[in-house]
Design a protein around this ligand. Structure first.
Ligand code: TYD
Ligand code: MG
Length: 443
């Protein structure tokens, strides 16, 4: 017997209160030594007359969602995709849509749900208007039943919803425990490889953003994607965190509608206030949240101060002290008499922005409002502003700009810092706040 941390997989010969690898408390669970020998999967079909033998699937499969295909980097038979996301974000919905599309195009698809009964899944398929006759449903939590069903149906694609509901080894701990999740993922990927079946493994993610039963599963799969919500609305981002077949920087933007998830072809429109056109006093900034880039709109309203007492300084979603410093820098280095101005600042969408990388965005919004001159809608600004009026490089500049380009923006103003040649957008690099304001025609 040995003990294993359910958070990171660390193994120890004795029980530990705190995991020395990941630092979590109370995560050790006793586990039998060595994993059970899995039954090898063989897709044994009876011989068939030639006309009934299905044509081999094409080299690359399409899900019918071009953006999703791009994120997944071209699906090949036998590829295993880990599909993560918080509960309720739309994983089952999207995978049912993908499964139905694949079934319509290429042949049988087996959708296994450990959470919902077939009638429930059917109801969802009906709501989505996707009742493909080639889509096979099964409700089970037992790995053996899944593998048997795979042998019987011989699908071209398999969806397992979710890994946390698959019981691989009846004697090996609770369903959803790390050992079960790991064992299920290992056996399912082996089956996928052996039989050349494109396989999607749904995985709930923990609050911290990791896959439950995390790294030990990720190394078993060819691609890992997350479905994430942004703001409180219906937008979803499908983001690749690992891909054996293509660049991991790709994202797809989707919207949850009555008819399921639909691709948003022009995502940049969702990040600026809709229908308003260019407005003075706004600047779009690509900020980082963890590893993800979010585009936020910084809004400023600058008016002449009333005259009595100190001028107004009101912030929503921004740090007051940081902004006071920026106003002093604007006063000193741009020659703006900031003390005579009331300044109101906000971040649209209720987000909290604390990154210094948003400095330039704040200054830009202030100047834009002061001059009553809007920025072009396709422009983002990014950079830390120093006390000497200089612009400082930002963390993960290339990653942010890649995302910005992907989301449809065409121009970025930022500090001098190393950037890759091909970013797909015009880059204006400035040494100082003054230079950047000149580039934006705000001085
Ligand atoms: P679901 O796919 O069940 O999420 P997950 O599998 O990630 O837990 O989707 C959950 C939400 O999606 C649910 O609140 C209802 C909503 N929804 C729609 O808005 N439109 C639809 O067509 C469907 C099927 C679901
Ligand atoms: Mg679900």
């Amino acid at each position: 017997m040995s003990f294993r941390c359910q958070a990171c997989g660390y193994r120890s010969p004795k029980w530990l209160g705190r995991c020395p690898q990941c630092g979590e408390y109370g995560t050790f669970v006793e586990e039998p030594e060595g994993s059970p020998v899995p039954p090898e999967l063989s897709v044994q079909e009876p011989p068939k007359p030639l006309p009934e033998v299905p044509a081999p699937p094409p080299e690359r499969l399409s899900t019918g969602f071009p953006e999703v295909d791009r994120v997944l980097g071209g699906l090949v038979p036998g590829a295993v995709v880990l599909f993560g996301g918080e509960p309720g974000i739309g994983k089952s919905t999207l995978l049912l849509q993908l499964a139905a599309n694949l079934a319509d195009r290429y042949g049988k698809v087996l959708y296994v749900s450990g959470e919902e009964a077939p009638p429930q899944v059917k109801l969802r398929a009906q709501r989505l208007g996707r009742e493909s006759p080639n889509l096979y449903l099964l409700s089970t939590q037992e790995l053996l039943s899944i593998l048997n069903a795979v042998s019987r149906v011989a699908p071209i694609a398999l969806v397992v919803d979710s890994l946390q509901t698959v019981l691989a080894d009846p004697g090996g701990g609770e369903v959803g425990s790390l050992s079960q999740v790991r064992e299920s993922a290992a056996q399912l990927s082996r089956a996928a490889k052996t039989a050349g079946i494109l396989t999607f493994l749904v995985s709930h993610i923990t609050k911290e953003g990791g896959f439950a039963g995390p790294k030990t599963v990720e190394h078993l799969v060819d691609a890992a994607v997350y479905l994430e919500g942004i703001r409180e609305g219906d937008l979803r981002i499908l983001r690749c965190v690992k891909n054996r077949y293509s660049s991991t920087a790709e994202v797809a933007v989707l919207e949850m509608t009555e008819g399921g998830l639909v691709e948003v072809p022009n995502p940049s429109l969702f990040f600026v206030s809709k229908g308003a056109g260019p407005r003075p006093g706004t600047a779009i900034v690509p900020v980082l949240e963890g590893t993800r880039t979010l585009l936020v709109e910084v809004q400023a309203l600058v008016t002449p101060a009333g005259g009595y007492g100190p001028p107004q300084r009101r912030m929503a979603g921004l740090d007051l002290n940081r902004t006071l410093v920026l106003l002093a820098v604007i006063e000193k280095h741009l020659g703006v008499h900031a003390r005579a101005l009331d300044v109101y600042l906000a971040v649209a969408g209720g987000l909290e922005v604390t990154e210094p990388a948003a400095d330039l965005g704040i200054c830009t919004a202030i100047l834009s409002s002061l001059r009553d001159r809007p920025l072009p809608l396709d422009t983002v600004v990014l950079g830390e502003v120093g006390l000497a009026g200089d612009l400082r490089p930002v963390r993960k500049g290339p990653e942010r700009l890649q995302e910005v380009a992907k989301l449809g923006f065409r121009r970025a103003v930022l500090p001098h810092q190393p950037l890759p040649k091909k970013l797909g957008l015009e880059v204006v690099q400035a040494k100082t706040l003054r230079e950047s304001m000149e580039a934006l025609e705000l001085l």
